[in-house]
Ligand binder design. Sequence first.
Ligand SMILES: Nc1nc2c(ncn2[C@@H]2O[C@H](COP(=O)(O)OP(=O)(O)O)[C@@H](O)[C@H]2O)c(=O)[nH]1
Ligand SMILES: [Mg+2]
Length: 230
Amino acid sequence: MSNVSVVIPARNEEKHIAKVIKNIQKNKLVDEIIVINNNSSDKTEAIALKTGAKVYTCKRVGKGRAMALGLKKAHGDIILYADADIDNYENDFIDKMLKPILNDKYTFVKSTFDRSQGRVTTLVAKPLLELTFPKLTKFGQPLSGIIAGKKELFHQIVFEKDYGVDIGILIDVYKLGAKITEVNIGKIINDSQDWRNLVDMSKQVAKAILKRKFENNEDVREIELEKMLS
Ligand SMILES: Nc1nc2c(ncn2[C@@H]2O[C@H](COP(=O)(O)OP(=O)(O)O)[C@@H](O)[C@H]2O)c(=O)[nH]1
Ligand SMILES: [Mg+2]
């Protein structure tokens, strides 16, 4: 039997965190719930502790850093990452995410969901993926933070420290030849960010993609540079 750890990165999520944890606690497949807080200025930490979840604090800000700390703390051989700011997870979303891995058919599961595509997804992630890793454009929500995978797979890659983490993981597991599937977990309502905050997120996502396209490839970089300058 596999053990499942759920890791929830949470920064200033006092409005949502209790509901998210309680929903996940109902699931019998889950062995531990780990919340990674980031010096939230609100009551996220205290509320999470009250639910009985394990809570750790990540010293430096960054969604990717929080996810990496969660991986380090997790005991399970399967890790499911979930966002803390989603109030309306359907009750069976964990079962849906874990089934392909528990059946030994896949080692990585990316969620997709029914909501209008986010702005960074439409304007940055998808166009850039089309130009760099076209096979990955088939994923409906390439930036989704709700993912599941074998711990040993995550141990083979290096997480980006910021919002580049999710697209970075997708590209890295793809490059490793992992068996990847996409699962639709229904309708999701996600807090929408002010567009000004999306500028940094866009840069982080673009950087994570481009880095993976051009890393260890001096020749390509030279050619691209030549082209640009000619
Ligand atoms: N611990 C921690 N969690 C973070 C950080 N940044 C984002 N998160 C969490 O990661 C999840 C997704 O982040 P969010 O800002 O909603 O990104 P979006 O849904 O892609 O717009 C939420 O649960 C956030 O609280 C961070 O710096 N530290
Ligand atoms: Mg969100």
